[in-house]
Design a protein around this ligand. Structure first.
Ligand SMILES: Cc1cc2nc3c(=O)[nH]c(=O)nc-3n(C[C@H](O)[C@H](O)[C@H](O)COP(=O)(O)O)c2cc1C
Length: 297
């Protein structure tokens, strides 16, 4: 591909003699042949699929990859849960912004009688599990999430926002939505992104610090914005002392950005430390809003 030769020359800073390919080109390597399908931006400009029809092998480049480095070579040699979770983590953190391109690529691969998928990262998919990974890619590429799952992501200096997070999680649970509490002090943003693949409701909380949000929450939101998951329902919440600027900042970052553009619930904020009654009100507020949203959809 021209993008590949250009990138390699820029990277290695030397002239190299390439034959550039385009979709439909093929070469014979003796008994077998390699056929090329360009798949730009899944997830680099020079990505391509290579199809070997004699063996029914698809060399899928970044698509269907995982960050697994094991002595096992095939997905069916590892516990299925581990491989699918790692494939989901890879999608969430690497491929997600290019979901539109993945949709096209899935259509291109659909007619191929694939017996094996060899991605450029991780273990090889065989007939035992090709259906599972291709099925999962269809859901991920089309932003299918589970409206029975919520994430409550937060950080807190003195635990007021943490208490609010607990009340919000309880509210979700009370109406049958599984809620996962994720404190940014002890959950890595790449693991949180993996959970975002499944969850429809994404609540993010921060107290106000110096008219802004906590740096941990800001780091997470910038990472989220780059990966730009779609079709989620967001909620901004947090405790504050006087100005309460964290709440509009969170609301804007989750709902206003072109990259995220979540449909937003009304923010939930609380001045200083919430009492037992305050926490009850926060929970009821959440329940009322979520029920209304579910009825709308
Ligand atoms: C260093 C520092 C700076 C703060 N800056 C602000 C501020 O600019 N605006 C505001 O409304 N509250 C501010 N607060 C107050 C906190 O937002 C408030 O105490 C809140 O309840 C803390 O929530 P937490 O227990 O979840 O950390 C500040 C607190 C600290 C310690």
């Amino acid at each position: 591909m021209p993008t590949a030769s250009k990138g390699l020359k820029l990277h290695y800073k030397e002239e190299m003699n390439f034959r550039e390919i385009k979709t439909g080109d093929s070469i014979s390597i003796g008994k077998r042949s390699l056929h090329f399908i360009t798949t730009p931006m899944v997830h680099w400009p020079d990505n391509q699929f290579t199809w070997c029809p004699e063996e029914s092998i698809l060399f899928s480049n970044d698509a269907f990859g995982q960050h697994i480095a094991s002595s096992e070579r095939f997905a069916n040699e590892l516990a299925p849960g581990i491989v699918m979770e790692e494939a989901k983590k890879y999608y969430a953190n690497i491929v997600l912004p290019y979901s539109k391109q993945v949709q096209k690529v899935l259509d291109l691969a659909a007619p191929l009688p694939i017996k094996m998928i060899c991605p450029s990262h991780g273990v090889i998919w065989t007939e035992d599990n090709i259906g599972d990974i291709v099925g999962a890619y269809k859901d991920w590429a089309y932003n299918v999430s589970d409206q029975k799952q919520a994430l409550v992501i937060y950080d807190s200096m003195w635990k007021s926002t943490q208490m609010m997070a607990g009340a919000i999680a309880e509210g979700f649970e009370e109406i049958g939505i599984r809620a996962k509490l994720l404190n940014l002090q002890c959950n890595h943003i790449s693991d949180i992104m993996t959970d975002i693949i499944d969850a429809r409701f994404i609540a993010v909380g921060s107290p106000t610090l110096n008219s802004s949000i906590l740096p941990t929450v800001a780091a997470f939101l910038y990472y989220l914005k780059g990966l730009s998951p779609k079709d989620r329902i967001g909620l901004a919440f947090g405790s504050y002392g006087w100005g309460g600027q964290s709440i509009p900042i969170l609301h804007q970052m989750l709902g206003g950005a072109k990259e995220c553009g979540f449909e937003m619930l009304e923010p939930i904020k609380h001045q200083y430390i919430p009492s037992k009654e305050d926490l009850h009100k926060i929970k009821e507020n959440l329940i009322t809003q979520v029920k209304a949203k579910l009825e709308e959809s």
